[in-house]
Design a protein around this ligand. Structure first.
Ligand SMILES: Cc1ncc(COP(=O)(O)O)c(C=O)c1O
Length: 507
């Protein structure tokens, strides 16, 4: 029996193997058909099978079936003349031979991002590379833009992923909208508002800071007052969902105020997009950016942005040259624009395949179902955490489901808990940042990580670690509370469905 068949025998069926490895069944079927499990799964197989199939067996079998052949000519023969020939010269710069391929462990990711990635997204990402001007790729780009418009609920033609993480999306907005000497209002209620201030300063702008307490939303009245005091401000910036505290600000109201004072709004939707409503058109957001590794559950490294026509006109009317070649909106339009496709930079093609698939999953689920799922698991997690006696940092009405910031109880070593969760349960949660370092834990429920199995694992793992540290928790209470919350929500949903069906029957 080969290793793939042994796994099927151990777990009872191909479907069960697929479930254990969080893979599509077709992938497992392919392992069985080809007679080996690819080498990159070696560590994972040993872990998941509890050592019944070892990593060495996987590696040996995979190597026998598909040996790695890299050399196309005999050793020592070189195109580059004698100076570089011979392995001794080359080895001077090479790392030690014992370094082998990297196989990351399987983790449950419940921090502030990155999240776990759906197997369909991982599979798509490992498809063959193609050129970024290949007609097939160009077709995919158009679909990707429309899927992003769906996620952002906008018709903005200028909606596309910037190559780079969320910080690049943030910088992209500031670099294009802020000229030297411009006054910009930045609302700060956590770490990322602080980053916005840095961006304004680096663009040569003058930040006017509207300060709110960490853990509280941006106060619309304070923004109104600041705009009255500074009538020359043309740009307002704020973070919709502050990841450092888990608080949601009222984007619609803040943008309304900005527009009333003739200012455009830059909105950080890094943590909100996909997890809570971000209604770009309905709320009239001007420049909005997000990141691929939060509720979109893709690999890090892409920042979806969307710009209104107002922003495009504003940037086009700028008299000075934008102070970044890479981020100049006018230049990038040549690649991502509606009609043209000319070389701007080498787009990260496989990451873009992955984002396409991640957004397709959201489209298939339905955005409103996706928001509801985040809310449902947040309610269950909260019920469990509160049953343990833990308190949320943010008042209930401002909490975002995807980022749950909880106060670390007095006398408990915050870092020790996180370390033990990772080493003993393979569970990653987030720490507090800035003034909240050592004081809170951040439990992410984002995208593909937002699942009931993660909620239950997290509660029982945390309960067990806190109990070991002598914190008075009744083991099992948290899980029971979460189960209770799920049951109540299911009953509520069933009642609502019955009511809808009855109304339909009458109609
Ligand atoms: C609200 C917010 N803005 C910006 C960023 C920066 O994104 P990235 O880490 O992808 O550069 C983050 C990252 O966590 C964030 O949470």
């Amino acid at each position: 029996m080969n290793c793939a068949e042994r796994l099927v025998a151990i777990f009872g069926s191909q479907a069960e193997v697929a479930r254990r490895f969080r893979l599509d069944r077709a992938v497992v079927n392919n392992w069985v058909k080809s007679g080996y499990v690819p080498a990159r799964w070696a560590m994972e197989v040993e872990h998941v099978s509890g050592g019944q199939v070892t990593a060495v067996e996987i590696l040996n079998e995979a190597n026998a079936r598909k040996p790695i052949r890299l050399k196309s000519r005999p050793d020592g023969e070189s195109f580059f003349g004698s100076a570089l020939s011979g392995s001794d010269t080359m080895n001077k710069y090479a790392p030690a031979k014992r370094i082998s391929s990297f196989h990351p462990p399987q983790r449950t990711l419940m921090g502030p991002g990155p999240t776990e990635i759906h197997p369909r997204v991982l599979t798509t990402m490992s498809q063959p590379a193609i050129g970024y001007l290949d007609p097939v790729f160009v077709e995919m780009m158009e679909e990707l833009k429309s899927l992003l418009r769906y996620a952002y609920q906008t018709r903005n033609p200028l909606t596309f992923p910037v190559s780079g993480p969320g910080s690049v999306g943030m910088e992209y907005c500031f670099v294009n909208l802020v000229s030297p000497g411009d006054k910009v209002i930045v609302c700060r209620n956590g770490v990322f508002g602080g980053r916005m201030i840095e961006n304004v300063e680096r663009c040569g702008g003058i930040p006017v800071i509207v300060e709110d307490k960490w853990g509280e939303p941006v106060d619309p009245q304070k923004l109104e007052d600041a705009l009255r005091k500074n009538p020359d401000v043309r740009i307002v910036a704020f973070v919709h969902a502050e990841t450092s505290t888990g608080v949601l600000s009222d984007a619609r109201t803040l943008v309304e105020i900005a527009h009333r004072h003739n200012a455009l709004a830059i909105v950080d939707a890094v943590t909100s997009l996909g997890g809570s409503p971000v209604l770009v058109d309905e709320w009239n957001l001007d420049a909005v950016y997000s990141a691929s590794q939060k509720c979109l559950s893709c690999t890090p490294g892409l920042s979806p942005v969307s710009f209104s026509e107002r922003v495009v006109d504003y940037v086009k009317a700028r008299k000075d040259k934008i102070h970044s070649w890479f981020m100049d909106m006018n230049l990038l339009l040549g690649y991502w624009g509606e009609t043209t496709r000319t070389y701007h930079h080498t787009a990260p093609t496989n990451s873009l395949f992955a984002l396409h698939e991640a957004l397709l999953l959201i489209r298939e689920e339905g955005l409103d179902n996706c928001w509801a799922r985040h809310q449902r698991h947040h309610i269950a997690l909260k019920a469990g955490l509160e049953a343990m006696g833990l308190k949320f940092l943010v008042k209930e009405q401002y909490q975002i489901p995807q980022m749950n910031a909880v106060l670390c109880p007095e006398g408990v070593n915050e870092a020790e808990v996180r370390k033990t969760l990772l080493s003993e349960f393979g569970l990653e949660i987030g720490a507090g940042l800035g003034p909240l370092a050592g004081k809170i834990w951040r439990f992410g429920l984002m995208g593909y990580s937002c699942r009931p199995d993660n909620v239950m694992l997290c509660l029982s793992a945390l309960g067990s670690v806190l109990d070991d540290l002598g914190y008075p928790v009744h083991v099992g209470d948290a899980e029971a509370a979460a189960h209770g919350a799920y049951a109540a929500m299911h009953a509520e949903a069933a009642k609502a469905k019955k009511k809808r069906e009855a109304a339909k029957a009458v109609a």
